[in-house]
Design a protein around this ligand. Structure first.
Ligand SMILES: [Zn+2]
Length: 236
């Protein structure tokens, strides 16, 4: 019925009309069938992760992580920052390194941000459906922690050629271990390590520049024996 009405309307564009208007329903529609198709495409059900990426890009999220890195530098920390983003594009947590302030070498920004999410309702599930944006490739320790937390995707800025666990030194992100070990015993209780997707190079230059700026002025928290440059205000 609708198709017959459409065909009777004068001055209707002839291209593709039957196929397009079969989905468009209203017989009185005067819009181009291509426009209707475009509307259908725009309102189609989509993967939530892709929807998030459509509104914000990797670089947008990485800029937020860089803000955390700069904030950490102002606190005398090695400037590495990260954010955790949900599938719908919400920022779940943001953090910078806290190792110097806490005098705890494990307080890398990945740990700090993950902990913030774990304190939220359904924290573990949120983590398992999140993406981590971090300015520097996660170190081996953090990459292993991300595995155990089940974070499925990591996007980093600069490569970490000294300590990187996502290709810099070793490929922790590619480790895949089934939930139950083959030998039983302690292995049987082990959680699955599913591996996680990982890609780098997003705003890498900016990430390196922040680190360069930090080390150029001398790490104020480094032991004297390990300091490569004297602090600017050092008396000797
Ligand atoms: Zn780390």
């Amino acid at each position: 019925m609708e198709r017959q009405k459409l065909q009777r309307q004068p001055r209707r564009p002839s291209h593709g009309k039957k196929r397009a208007h079969r989905y468009n329903a209203p017989a009185q529609c005067t819009l181009s069938p291509w426009y209707c198709l475009l509307q259908l495409w725009a309102t189609r059900p989509a993967d939530p992760l892709k929807m998030a990426c459509a509104s914000k890009t990797d670089e947008d999220f990485m800029r937020l992580a860089l803000e955390e890195a700069r904030a950490a530098m102002l606190e005398g920390e090695v400037p590495v920052g990260c954010i955790l983003v949900s599938q719908t594009g919400d920022v779940l947590a943001r953090a910078g390194n806290e190792t110097n302030r806490s005098r705890n070498g494990t307080r890398h920004c990945e740990f700090v941000a993950s902990e913030k999410v774990l304190r939220q309702a359904d924290g573990p599930a949120l983590l398992r459906n999140s993406t981590l944006y971090v300015t520097l490739e996660p170190c081996i320790m953090c990459a292993a922690a991300l595995q155990y937390l089940g974070i499925p995707e990591v996007v980093f800025g600069s490569a970490n050629v000294r300590f990187g666990g996502c290709g810099g030194v070793c490929d922790i992100h590619k480790m895949k271990v089934p939930k139950s070990g083959p030998r039983g015993g302690a292995d049987a209780a082990r959680e699955a390590l599913p591996g996680f997707a990982c890609r780098g190079g997003v705003l890498a230059e900016e990430a390196v520049e922040v680190l360069r700026e930090f080390y150029a002025t001398g790490n104020p928290n480094a032991p004297e024996a390990k300091r490569h440059r004297p602090l600017p205000n050092a008396s000797t």
